[in-house]
Design a protein around this ligand. Structure first.
Ligand code: PNW
Length: 452
């Protein structure tokens, strides 16, 4: 790699990210059924109908996986806890084995000198709650706050940082309007309600963690830069709508306590009554902003109903996902996010990476990571307070609707034998991270260390 730890500020954190359903093996350890199990079982939703039953069997191999995290020299590990593993029915009865597992996981990280960065929801909703309307039901904010109390009551004292929900756009729009993720709805009314409720649940969970005495709490968004496919006014309008729905709705809700007018034009009739009264909760103060960035999209108008837009193929080099590689959009995004939303608040790149067919010699990934690290260095020089960068992902894993076909890992997983093999990108990061200073930040924020 061209870039190394020494190029970054002292105390800049490097990490690697995963999520529960994508790696753990959800059929084991007493986890309850989730809407992803249901979604995957319905033909046509997921490549080959694959699900997270076994995944990387991380549940039984986490010690070995954390040895790899340490070997690479990462300061932080971003993971998620599964709601259905903690509370199989989403509420009520606790699965003690599930709590014990996350407890051992936290200790295993700290023993290796790795900072645990937890996300409470990375998409596997307990089926019992999905059956009651899931994210479309306002009660989910209460259910989620209760789950937050249970899991953080057990492991919150050993977390370096915590964020309630991974990527509100994916949880709501992608899953309830585009239908590409569970529960697979294509309904503007469901999407609008889910968009609002996911932010309400976020705010309630932040409040629940504050009441436990936790600090270093954040929000994690996925960003996708939209570029008009041509110079026409129609294409510019479509790209602006895409940006409003994808990015500005969620950032605006959490940081500015408002939704963009461009999104309200189509969504307002479908938002739950009294939605304006929820901004005090939605906008509950956070300590940092996490941004997941992969690609940009070219947007053209479409004949369909609002938002009448479509993604069209672009000219840039693409990853195994078919996503264009555009590090310059990350630079623009970071500058805009600071200017319009986060000000002096610390920003973390909580996910960045690419899928590649190259199982061992993944030079394309090394180049991708290098170029995006250069984008981070660029904005650091412009004064944007980026405090850390996490690679997605440690392991090849369950890539949702794409099953096990798309490989994002720094470490190859043979899904027949579950053998792990570090790729060239792992080795490159290992040498990049070993040079230079080691960070002095604490491993965890024990209860009481509330940031003001
Ligand atoms: C993120 N989109 O997902 C997730 O946080 C990960 O779980 C996932 O594995 C990773 O990125 C790679 O896909 C996204 O359709 C999934 O725009 C889909 C989209 C964006 C992000």
């Amino acid at each position: 790699m061209k870039h190394a730890r020494a190029d970054f500020p002292k105390d800049f954190l490097f990490g690697v990210a995963t999520s529960a359903y994508q790696i753990e093996g959800h059929a084991q350890g007493g986890a309850g059924r989730t809407h992803w199990d249901t979604f995957a079982a319905s033909p046509g939703n997921v490549v080959r109908g694959e699900n997270g039953d076994v995944a990387c069997d991380h549940l039984n191999r986490f010690e070995q996986d954390f040895d790899l995290v340490r070997e690479a020299g990462f300061d932080c590990y971003r993971f998620s806890t599964s709601w259905a593993r903690v509370l199989p029915d989403g509420r009520g009865q606790v699965n003690q084995a599930g709590l014990d597992y996350y407890d051992r996981l936290a200790d295993a990280l700290l023993e290796r000198g790795i900072r645990p960065c937890v996300t409470l929801y990375h998409w596997e909703l307990p089926s019992a709650l999905a059956d009651q309307g899931g994210w479309c039901n306002r009660d989910i904010a209460d259910w989620f706050a209760d789950y937050t109390q249970v899991i953080m009551g057990r492991i919150g004292d050993r977390m370096f940082s915590a964020a309630p929900i991974n990527e509100p756009w994916c949880v709501s729009w992608l899953s309830h309007f585009e239908g590409h993720h569970a529960p697979g709805l294509r309904d503007i009314r469901a999407a609008a309600r889910a968009m609002h409720h996911v932010l309400l649940a976020h705010g309630r969970a932040i409040q629940a963690m504050r009441s436990l005495g936790m600090g270093n709490l954040g929000a994690v968004f996925n960003l996708e830069w939209s570029e008009p496919a041509d110079d026409s006014a129609e294409a510019r309008l479509a790209a602006d709508r895409y940006d409003a729905i994808y990015n500005r709705f969620f950032l605006g809700g959490v940081f500015n306590k408002e939704y963009p007018q461009t999104a309200l034009e189509g969504l307002e009739p479908h938002l739950p009554k009294g939605w304006q009264n929820d901004f005090e909760t939605i906008g509950t103060r956070v300590d940092w902003c996490g941004l997941n960035y992969y690609t940009r999209k070219l947007i053209a108008p479409a004949d369909a109903a609002w938002p009448s837009l479509q993604e069209v193929p672009g000219p840039l080099p693409k990853t195994q996902m078919g996503w264009e590689i555009d590090p310059s959009a990350l630079t623009r995004f970071l500058v805009r996010t600071r200017k319009d939303y986060t000000g002096t608040l610390p920003i973390y790149i909580t996910e960045n990476g690419m899928a590649s067919e190259e199982r061992v010699q993944d030079d394309d990934r090394i180049d991708y990571l290098d170029k995006h690290l250069a984008a981070v260095l660029d904005v650091l020089a412009q004064g944007v307070p980026v405090n850390g960068y996490f690679v997605w992902s440690l392991l090849d894993n369950y890539e949702w609707a794409f099953g096990y076909e798309k490989r994002f890992g720094l470490v190859d997983v043979d899904f027949e034998t579950l053998v792990r093999t570090p790729k060239a990108s792992f080795m490159a990061l290992k040498s990049a991270l070993s040079e230079g200073q080691s960070v002095s930040q604490p491993l965890a924020q024990p209860f009481g260390a509330v940031h003001e």
